[in-house]
Design a protein around this ligand. Sequence first.
Ligand code: GLN
Ligand code: ZN
Length: 750
Amino acid sequence: MTVSTTVLGYPRIGPRRELKRATESFWNGRTSAADLQATAKELRTNVWTTLRDAGIEQLPSNTFSLYDSVLDQAVLVGAVPERFAHLTDELDRYFAMARGVEGIAPLEMTKWFDTNYHYLVPELGPETTFAVSGRKPFDELAEAPGSRPVLVGPLSFLLLAKPDADAPKDFRPLDLLDRLLPVYEDLLAQLAQAGAEWVQLDEPVLAADRSAEELAALQATYERLAAATQRPKLLVANYFGPYGQALPVLARTGVEGLALDLVAGAADLDQIASAGLGTKTIYAGLVDGRNVWRTNLPEALSIAAALLGSVGDLVVSSSSSLLHVPLDLAQENALDDALKDRLAFAREKLDEIVVLGRALKEGRESVAAALDDAETARTRELAGSVDNRVRARLEALGDGTARGPATERAAAHHALGALPALPTTTVGSFPQTASIRTARADFRAGRIDAAAYEQRIKAEVDSVIALQEELGLDVLVHGEPERNDMVQYFAEQLAGFATTEHGWVQSYGTRYVRPPLLYGDVSRPKPMTVTWATYAQSKTAKPVKGMLTGPVTMLAWSFVRSDLPLSQAARQVALALRDEVHDLESAGIRYVQVDEPALRELLPLHAADQAEYLEWAVAAFRFATSGIADSTQIHTHMCYSEFGEIVDTIGALDADVTSVEAARSRMELVGDLQRAGYSRGIGPGVYDIHSPRVPSAEEIEESLRLALVAVPADRLWVNPDCGLKTRTYDDIEPALRNLVAAARKVRQSL
Ligand code: GLN
Ligand code: ZN
């Protein structure tokens, strides 16, 4: 029995976001493909050097990507849709699949499980053929001899793919398994020849519920790959949850190694002894790849020690790729020391893994000092982690989710007589122009003072209000020019949150986010949005809608403390928002929108866990939006991904008006909601803001008439399908003009 150390993957963006800069300057034609490849190679080398120097014994390779690893795998197995086939330059074709190119739509992008990372969805059809079609894993293996190439496993590749546009209705990508497996056999043979001792096949689909048929496919897949005559040892890696039933299935196959997520999938521990893993190498994911808190090393050590008897070799590892956490805590100079003591970013997690490995190999005493220091730091008192006033207020308010009946609210609102039928509005943000970004940069660099910054933002609000009046919209917004990001903006103002300087994490491609750290009890020292909302309202006689980010989205896009259940952290955030809603109302704001675009994202992967999540998520939203007058309208907005699974939940939120992404799905959601008994206002996005294309008034009119088939006119709102911050005024002015014209036309025919 041996003990060793590894990680399942590592951040690839570089300490100063070098990959983003190199990629974008290549896209803009300022640098060459060779420049980009040179930066990429340097970044990879740095990662391997870092891992080696930290003392990690088994290095992963092929975890680098110029855009996304699922896209890399699609290219590697030759699954390039026909519409890209004419692009002969490999790199151009790769980026065309990722981002589209004149007249050719990119692959669809969607959320990677319950993370905020997005992958590109392979498109497969009955015509798809596969063949080894690239050198990437071989090139990286040559760059890092002795490393373990990482591939997306065949089952996950197929289950994460979607049928292409021409596929018959009954086609499922999984049907292609027999066609795909020979290509994996070929890949394995070639990797063995190139000197790989191990290959890692990522199968994260196993963390979600899998049918009997899929489990049978899993078994067939790995029996077949294990039977290949020339191949490296096989490591199957599942993460973000337990294997559950898939564990005994894989145990029966001839794969040599299994990686277990012992953080999110600790439930697997119960079946390890009985699963028959005695001869397998177990990669024990003891260090959290998804969150930023230090590992409880003594606890991890006792879990690992308990495993030693029932498995073959043991490799201490991260629970998932470290792609989902920031790179290096040493870059943060502004964080409070006590908070910093509790944190471990990717670089620090390597040290944790190495200490655990040494403790197991050489005995606990050999690292006693390191373990003690780590525990002292991890458990050091942190000011603000408990705020008894917050806890007492929550206790006193109890459930606190009651509002008047929706019909009475609608009547009370109607009595104000403020709006026409089919009211027009927007989802909140207006374009973040170069001048806004300059103002923010000037302010941060100290070139302008707070008063001057405020003047520049106010001038922006002035023009956003003037534009909306001129366009003839009915419910106006202030346009969110003061917000860098819809979560960070609030996190910066709430007690209990901290923000980082360099804690970037890839969301997709060259888009990186800097999730705040929710480390303590949350409260609101002072109002956060009231001055902007009232300033905007002072500039118009039309109603202005206040704009907040909901509790679930605040959590989903932050790193959340692990010493408090998510449900309670959500309630604390909701309390702060409730105070804000109350203050907006007191200041005369009659419409408040609380955005929850991430409601679907946090939905647990296992159906059995979903009801409990939805219960607290809904309760938090309702808590944030209760305790106000019947006539004050609560709006909410949701976007990204299929809401089919949570239509009932949208009703349960009890908002007066819900706006949703629907432009691309031809208003289908309206009918779905109606069938689910949803009986409040609905604003199906009639204009796809993700595309620069300006929709005609006729198109929008047609969408509205389509929506009116499912929903009565007195509940229909007219709005774009998301915020406008990524667009330019050149796109949105004509689009909103057409939107207002279409609404007026349909209104007249009611
Ligand atoms: N109010 C936000 C905006 O308009 C909503 C963003 C979102 O849905 N992601 O930008
Ligand atoms: Zn949106």
